[in-house]
Design a binder for this molecule. Structure first.
Ligand SMILES: [Zn+2]
Length: 243
């Protein structure tokens, strides 16, 4: 049954969905066929390029869903996406302030056409992973903006790509400590080892991205192994894992 979702767009059946790739990644998300979906996927591409990488692949990002626990969810109209959801759990503020400012800058660059679940419902609920086609904007505004993007705006779809200011996110993995925010092969190895040896409580996406799920499993392991429970995989924890 068709419903009008929260931002005013109509829900769509799976047959109407368009699969859109996030430029710069191998991630494809199902979204609305209108140019609003194109603007939204372009926002995700800019997020990946200028704010932080979408490292989790398909298991860490979301687009259209046919059903949702929220009846008027914009995921049902294919006008919402979730980015890096393991890092940004529902109903919590976990994004560092510096990155929050970057996101707001990106939203301004998109002329307010994309709303953010962190603040668009006044914090009720807080949803930092969630971005959506804004409420109350004319559909034509998306067509116009999509055409500008296709014509080279932000050099997103052009040959060379001058960025917004480059973002440097320090990687706390340096120094042999793997913790929230660490990325790369060492994290991948850690996730693989936990899944292999402790399948009863470790079913992590092996994505090389140390988010809240990985932290929870590390804590569980530390608890069971009689180690200091701090959610940080340092020398003692890695040694106990045989890494
Ligand atoms: Zn969402």
């Amino acid at each position: 049954m068709m419903v009008t979702t929260e931002n005013g767009w109509a829900s769509i059946p799976p047959s109407k969905v368009v699969r859109r790739g996030i430029t710069g990644t191998n991630i494809v998300l199902p979204l609305h066929p209108h140019d609003a979906g194109f603007v939204l996927i372009s926002f995700a591409a800019m997020y990946n390029r200028d704010i932080e990488p979408l490292t989790g692949g398909a298991s860490d990002e979301g687009g259209y869903t046919e059903t949702n626990s929220v009846y008027t969810s914009n995921h049902k109209s294919g006008t919402a996406i979730d980015l890096n959801w393991n890092k940004y759990p529902f109903r919590r503020y976990t994004m560092p302030q510096e990155r929050v400012q970057r996101v707001k800058q990106l939203q301004a660059g998109f002329r307010g056409l994309i709303d953010w679940g962190r603040d668009c419902w006044g914090g009720n609920p807080i949803d930092e992973m969630h971005y959506q086609v804004a409420k109350g904007k004319p559909m034509d505004a998306y067509v116009e903006f999509a055409n500008e993007l296709r014509a080279g705006k932000f050099a997103l779809y052009g040959a060379t790509a001058p960025t917004l200011d480059p973002v440097v996110v320090p990687n706390p993995g340096v120094g042999g400590l793997l913790m929230r925010g660490s990325t790369g092969n060492a994290v991948r190895n850690l996730q693989e080892r936990l899944n292999r040896d402790y399948p009863r409580y470790s079913r992590l996406a092996v994505d090389g991205d140390f988010g809240s799920a990985t932290e929870a499993v590390v804590r569980e392991f530390q608890q069971r192994a009689g180690l200091l429970v701090d959610g940080i995989a340092g020398p003692a924890t890695l040694k106990a894992l045989g890494l």
